[in-house]
Design a protein around this ligand. Structure first.
Ligand SMILES: Cc1cc2nc3c(=O)[nH]c(=O)nc-3n(C[C@H](O)[C@H](O)[C@H](O)COP(=O)(O)OP(=O)(O)OC[C@H]3O[C@@H](n4cnc5c(N)ncnc54)[C@H](O)[C@@H]3O)c2cc1C
Length: 300
């Protein structure tokens, strides 16, 4: 398949959906490609309380449903296609190679978000997908209610996921290497629902013990648990870009590339400021820049 569009948006998280809604309302034929399920990381959020318009908060999956309905209301759709690479053509347009074939466009917005930062521990890799996870949804597919789960990390996402798992009937410990860096509010809620918190301890080794995992800590203590979810930070997911495109990327405060018609949006370029509202603003900002470019104005 080789489909030509005016603009391709890669990634249907909040940033990509917001960019596509903007572009479709501006009259552009915008193609939104998504390798997984629409909504991106927002699908993992237990309760989003800082996105205006929802006093009392809204569950992440419910907000995703509203975003998707909004996209459909402007004639947009999420096309299921994982992009493997993006390259430029001699005429200044772009080719995205994907699981569904090749797509060409005059402009591209990259809204591919982030991936979990891997940690190095002996023996960890071979347990991945069975007892060791970086992805909450993958863990939930395997885990049974009542299991002991350690979340390794001390940020907002670690605590949000801890509350989520505890409410689903798992016994959860959030274990962090230093003092927790999450909102006090989240820590209080975690304690209220019975999440155990251990700070200032790191895992030195992970061993299988029967069906369980034996975690050896730096203070010589051990923990016997069913599974571990690693939440030790995230990094931009930009593997689809070749070295020359990567070298053209600006900073978080200036999310443009030096390649005309190519834009970045959302967590992929937000550094540590990873929030739904910021991703949406950034998606709209990139869409407006792409609009200007497609109408014959400057690239940014
Ligand atoms: C547990 C948790 C709780 C959170 N709670 C809150 C909260 O309460 N409030 C808040 O403001 N923020 C919260 N966040 C952060 C928020 O979810 C993110 O900031 C937001 O989802 C970022 O949007 P994005 O579109 O930039 O990226 P993402 O949401 O990461 O979406 C990127 C999308 O791109 C797709 N993709 C990646 N590569 C490709 C490819 N090669 N081809 C096709 N598709 C691709 C991915 O599958 C994904 O769907 C939370 C995050 C987590 C993990």
């Amino acid at each position: 398949m080789d489909v030509g569009s005016e603009v391709i948006v890669i990634g249907a998280g909040p940033a990509g959906i917001a960019a596509t809604i903007y572009l479709r309302r501006a009259g552009f034929d915008a193609l939104l490609l998504e390798g997984g399920r629409p909504g991106g990381l927002l699908r993992y959020a237990n309760l989003v309380e800082n996105y205006p318009g929802f006093p009392g908060g809204i569950e992440g999956p419910r907000l995703v449903e509203l975003f998707t309905r909004h996209l459909e209301s402007v004639g947009g759709a999420v096309v299921k296609a994982a992009v493997n690479s993006l390259r430029t053509k001699g005429d200044g347009s772009f080719i995205a190679s994907s699981s569904l074939g090749e797509f060409t466009a005059k402009a591209v917005i990259i809204a591919t978000g982030t991936k979990a930062r891997r940690i190095e521990l002996p023996g960890l890799t071979k347990l991945e997908g069975r007892t060791v996870f970086y992805d909450l949804i993958e863990l939930l597919v395997q885990a049974k209610s009542g299991e002991q789960i350690v979340i390794y990390g001390g940020g907002d996402a670690a605590f949000d996921q801890g509350i989520h798992l505890r409410k689903k009937g798992y016994w959860v410990t959030v274990l962090s290497r230093s003092r927790s860096r999450c909102l006090l509010l989240l820590m209080e809620r975690a304690l209220e629902v019975g999440v155990r918190i251990i700070e200032g301890r790191s895992i030195k080794n992970v061993k299988e013990k029967g069906e369980k995992l034996l975690l050896e800590l730096d203070d010589s203590g051990t923990m016997l648990v069913d599974r571990i979810l690693i939440a030790c930070g995230r990094e931009p997911r930009l593997e689809i870009l070749g070295p020359s495109i990567l070298a053209s990327i600006g900073s978080a405060d200036r999310p443009f590339t030096s390649i005309p018609g190519l834009y970045l949006a959302g967590d992929a370029v937000s550094g540590e400021r990873r929030q739904v509202g910021i991703a949406i603003g950034s998606g709209i900002s990139s869409a407006m820049a792409a609009e200007g470019y497609l109408r014959g104005g400057p690239s940014r």
